[in-house]
Design a protein around this ligand. Structure first.
Ligand code: ALA
Length: 484
């Protein structure tokens, strides 16, 4: 029999027994950590860190990273508990369906779309910046008209046109990765391992080369004085910087969406999520320290800050600098891949529940991949990455992810009190303090972001609510009694 109301919940038993066998479970903890690193390290460290240091935090961006990583630990523990109770494809979307009901689940799924699809597009735009830089090293100058976002958001004049037509390199990398995903997850993870290896190699080489060239004068004052405007240096800048570099951690929970692709989800998901989070945090702290130590922070406002830093090193290591840039290109490509992969799985799960048309969950028999979801993901990412610049997209991704984390921490609290009897292979320690701290930290961090980010998030939510009442509410399988 069908159920009514916006808060209709998926019973846990039904949810788990419904779990599809169509996808091919073959990922171990090592693969999951690699996928985590593939999703985490990317545009955040290679592009956004430089801009956040130059505009908001200066050398104290290192502390911003610590704040951002603590928020991720709070949220990560909550995600782990939910994943251990509800080990299903769809990650936070499915968890919310079981814990808070359909409407909350839709909101989470819809906002996750920003987290995955928009962040993939953001990184694709960052990829385009480094691609141009590499071409320039070979004497090829790509016209901005075809390699830059046509839409801009100026802090003083508002929305406008840059004069460019489209960002073709960004579109190119989206198309390439979406083809890999379409071919099948096995091919996708092999591609990912190679990329992760190159990306880590580039970072370690940069740290190794940069360490001897750190100048104390670049790091002092560690917290540059506030300019008189809230969020521009000083303590408020340091915290705003944390909101910006939060982008660099987006994706650490991607692994939780892959429970049906994992061989032993209950053990390997915690290892995958926490392992990749710890490794990436350490790498970020050292990289940010070297970056701001080698270059005076105002100079880091560039689409390719690592390349800027490499150019200031006194050693003439042209080929090494080129190798690092090439590896960064590979690394950024791996983030695009993992984020788009996560998005296809979210569409798949939402389609399965009838909140999006059935085509979204149809799996190609030979390839074992949801082809239509992959196709739609590709088209939307092509449009976003071809038209928008990094700063607009990155800020939207950060605020949306923080919003999601508030809901996730809330979900853990609700489930502990509504269903204390559920078996919890992983339990958040220090209940209820960790989720409460998570909610507070994310909310405060959101408060430090710019008004434009809030406006974009609210508009996205309104669009999502319209789509839900226009389609999902009427076609929900749970409500119609076809599941649940
Ligand atoms: N965390 C990912 C990146 O930095 C989104 O590119």
């Amino acid at each position: 029999m069908g159920q009514k109301g916006l808060f209709v919940k998926k019973p846990l038993k039904v949810a788990t027994s419904e779990e599809p066998q169509e996808l091919h479970p073959h990922l171990g903890w090592f693969h999951l950590i690699a996928i985590g690193i593939g999703a985490i390290i990317g545009g955040g460290i290679f592009v956004i860190t430089g801009q956040a240091a130059a505009d908001y935090a200066g050398p104290s961006i290192v502390v911003s990273f610590i704040i951002a990583s603590l928020i991720c630990v709070f949220a990560g523990l909550c995600i782990l508990e939910l994943s251990s109770v509800i080990p299903m494809t769809g990650g936070s979307y499915t968890h919310s369906y079981v814990v808070m009901g359909e409407f909350a689940a839709w909101i989470v799924g819809w906002v996750s779309t920003i987290q995955y699809l928009v962040s993939a597009s953001t990184v694709a735009v960052g990829w385009s910046g480094y691609f141009k830089s590499v071409l320039k090293d070979f004497g090829i100058v790509l016209s901005d008209v075809y390699s830059h976002a046509p839409i801009v958001l100026d802090p003083t004049t508002g929305w406008g046109w840059s004069g460019a037509v489209i960002n073709l390199p960004a579109i190119g990398i989206v198309l390439l990765t979406i083809c890999f995903i379409g071919i099948g997850i096995k091919a996708a993870t092999h591609f990912n391992h190679t990329m992760v290896f190159l990306k880590l190699g580039a970072i370690f080489l940069f740290i190794f080369l940069g360490l001897p060239y750190i100048q104390e004068s670049n790091l002092i004052p560690f917290i540059p004085p506030n300019t008189g405007t809230f969020g521009q240096f000083g303590w408020s800048g340091l915290v705003r910087g944390a909101g910006f570099v939060f982008f660099a951690f987006v994706g650490f929970d991607t692994v939780s969406n892959l429970s049906t692709d994992a061989k032993n989800p209950q053990k390997d998901l915690p290892r995958g999520i926490l392992g990749s989070l710890i490794i990436c945090t350490l790498i970020y702290l050292i990289t940010a320290f070297v970056l701001t130590g080698v270059v005076s922070y105002p100079e880091l406002h560039a689409p390719d800050p690592i390349a800027v830093a490499l150019n200031t090193l006194h050693v003439k290591v042209y080929w090494l600098s080129l190798a690092i840039k090439l590896a960064i290109l590979a690394g950024l490509a791996s983030v695009v891949l993992v984020q788009l992969l996560g998005q296809t799985r979210i569409f798949y799960s939402i389609g399965k529940d009838g909140l999006l048309p059935y085509s979204f969950c149809r799996v190609h028999k030979g390839r074992k991949t949801p082809l239509f979801s992959t196709f739609v993901t590709g088209i939307v990412a092509v449009l976003i990455s071809g038209l928008f610049p990094v700063d607009i997209l990155g800020e939207l991704v950060s605020i949306s992810t923080l919003f999601l984390f508030v809901l996730i921490c809330l979900g853990v609290l609700i489930l502990r009190y509504t269903h204390p009897e559920y078996e919890r292979p992983f339990k958040v320690p220090f209940m209820p303090y960790i989720p409460i701290l998570g909610i507070l930290a994310c909310s405060i961090q959101m408060g430090f972001l710019r008004l434009s980010a809030w406006v974009q998030l609210i508009l996205w939510l309104i669009l999502g609510i319209v789509i839900y009442f226009g389609y999902g509410y009427r076609n929900s399988k749970l409500r119609a009694g076809k599941s649940g």
